[in-house]
Design a protein around this ligand. Structure first.
Ligand code: HEC
Ligand code: HEC
Ligand code: HEC
Length: 376
């Protein structure tokens, strides 16, 4: 059959040309003739073709991705804070000229507001989670945290409506309380400089910035230190905290942990009675566990109370309920990771029902935050 086809003169000519073209191409590569310089950009037709390929691939691969609710202001804030740290250097922000160095990339990172308007949320999710090959657009730093990627999507959907002042208010707070986050780039910053950068999300000293972020004030020293080390090693999964912790040296991690452990939190407690019944149910779980489901009591390890466990076990009192609930859900799915003690939570989280998780986290959120323990 093949021999009969090869006997056809036209086919032979086509095949011959293909072989010559292939050999020519290989020769051009080996001789180093293919230009790879970014400075000349792409030919318009190449740029169009690559961009078209990217858009088609995103559209097809994002089919069937389910979009969660994206309007929670805490989610938007979490995404905004990460954007400022992880994306602005390439994509710019409202009121800022596109970054000069990133504009020398081929293809260069586009200004996002007009692009976002044309994209579906699941398409934005797909790009931010997976990045784009051959373009410099990075994948999300943690494979386990789709919830964080959705936070960025929630923010990006607001981006087209933000002007420079609106962006500044969102990212710096009102009034602007904190130092530029650039202190977290490259070289390990001093502990003081780093603490100012942490305040962008976690709040200054004893004050919490928002319920979107866990409180650090009064948390136990060993737990803080173990957590930062686990983020830096990628053993506690977060695309937001991972890169931040990686930029800190051991000394700074130690100092920051000591600093936050010595603060007492002055955040006001959430008041209101609408959750009173849930809090009561949560209190029972926290203090006695749920024997029929073999769930142990929480207070033995987490406090509050005299029995409060090792200093590597976190205090939960006064922590935002949404944050605690998210951590329990991550434990249950096996996506949280953590320090060498994290495995203690596996049996706990897998045995709790969703509404029991809600109740017990509302209970801990309703408690006064811990007062700092004298240096251990
Ligand atoms: C190192 C630079 C760089 C960083 C950091 C970066 N990007 Fe990109 N981004 C790019 C490039 C380059 C492209 C591809 C442009 C193209 O081919 O049209 C891109 C494409 C995108 C697109 C698709 C735009 C389109 O036209 O379809 C989105 C959305 C996006 N980036 C969002 C983000 C977000 C959110 C972050 C932070 C989590 C981020 N990028 C971080 C360089 C970067
Ligand atoms: C861009 C916002 C942002 C900045 C800046 C930031 N954090 Fe975080 N931090 C987060 C988020 C979001 C979480 C929750 C991550 C998770 O789900 O695991 C977190 C979690 C933590 C935790 C774990 C708390 C717990 O109860 O388990 C520690 C410790 C921490 N951060 C320390 C720091 C320190 C120290 C700095 C400054 C060097 C810092 N963070 C800067 C957003 C930020
Ligand atoms: C045997 C001890 C132990 C028991 C019992 C226990 N925990 Fe934990 N829990 C831990 C440890 C240790 C960690 C921190 C893991 C790490 O270092 O990453 C943790 C972490 C957590 C966190 C995340 C805190 C944060 O700041 O990120 C939540 C939420 C939590 N536990 C809830 C509970 C609840 C609710 C119960 C009771 C139903 C419970 N735990 C019972 C040991 C325990």
């Amino acid at each position: 059959m093949i021999r009969r086809l090869l006997n056809k003169p036209v086919l032979r000519a086509v095949l011959g040309l293909a072989v010559v073209a292939g050999l020519g191409g290989a020769l051009a590569v080996v001789a180093g003739l293919i230009p790879i310089k970014a400075s000349s950009g792409h030919w318009p037709v190449t740029a169009w073709f690559l961009h078209f390929t990217m858009r088609r691939s995103i559209a097809t691969h994002s089919l069937g991705i389910e979009v969660p609710p994206l309007d929670d202001p805490g989610l938007v804030l979490k995404g905004a804070m990460h954007y400022d740290l992880g994306c602005r250097a390439c994509h710019g922000s409202p009121g800022m000229v596109l970054p000069r160095i990133a504009q020398q990339m081929t293809p260069h990172p586009p200004a996002l507001p007009s692009r976002i308007r044309e994209m579906k949320p699941e398409e934005i999710f797909y790009v931010v989670k997976h990045g784009v090959k051959f373009t410099g657009m990075p994948a999300w730093p943690s494979r386990h945290r789709d919830d964080e990627v959705w936070a960025v999507v929630a923010f990006l959907r607001k981006l087209p409506d933000l002007d420079a002042a609106g962006y500044r208010r969102l990212v710096h707070g009102e009034p602007a309380v904190t130092a530029p986050i650039e202190t977290l780039g490259g070289v390990p910053p001093t502990p003081q400089a780093a603490a100012q950068a942490c305040a962008r999300c976690h709040g200054r000293d004893d004050l919490s910035r928002s319920d979107a972020f866990p409180k650090l004030a009064g948390q136990r020293h060993e737990y803080l230190q173990n957590s930062l080390e686990a983020y830096a090693r990628g053993e506690r999964h977060s695309g937001i905290m991972g890169p931040i912790a990686t930029a800190l040296d051991a000394e700074t991690i130690h100092e920051l942990s000591r600093h936050y452990a010595s603060l007492s939190s002055s955040s006001t407690l959430a008041t209101g009675t609408e959750n009173a019944a849930a809090i009561e149910r949560g209190k029972a779980i926290a203090q006695h566990g749920i024997p029929v489901q073999r769930v142990p009591s929480c207070v033995d390890c987490h406090g509050p109370g005299a029995k409060r466990g090792k200093s590597a076990y976190p205090a939960l009192a006064g922590q935002p309920a949404d944050y605690l609930l998210l951590q329990l859900e991550l434990f249950k799915k096996g996506h949280r990771g953590g320090s060498a003690y994290a495995h203690l939570m596996d049996p706990v989280a897998t045995r709790l029902q969703p509404e029991q998780m809600r109740d017990v986290t509302l209970y801990f959120a309703s408690l006064r935050p811990p007062t700092p323990v004298p240096r251990e």
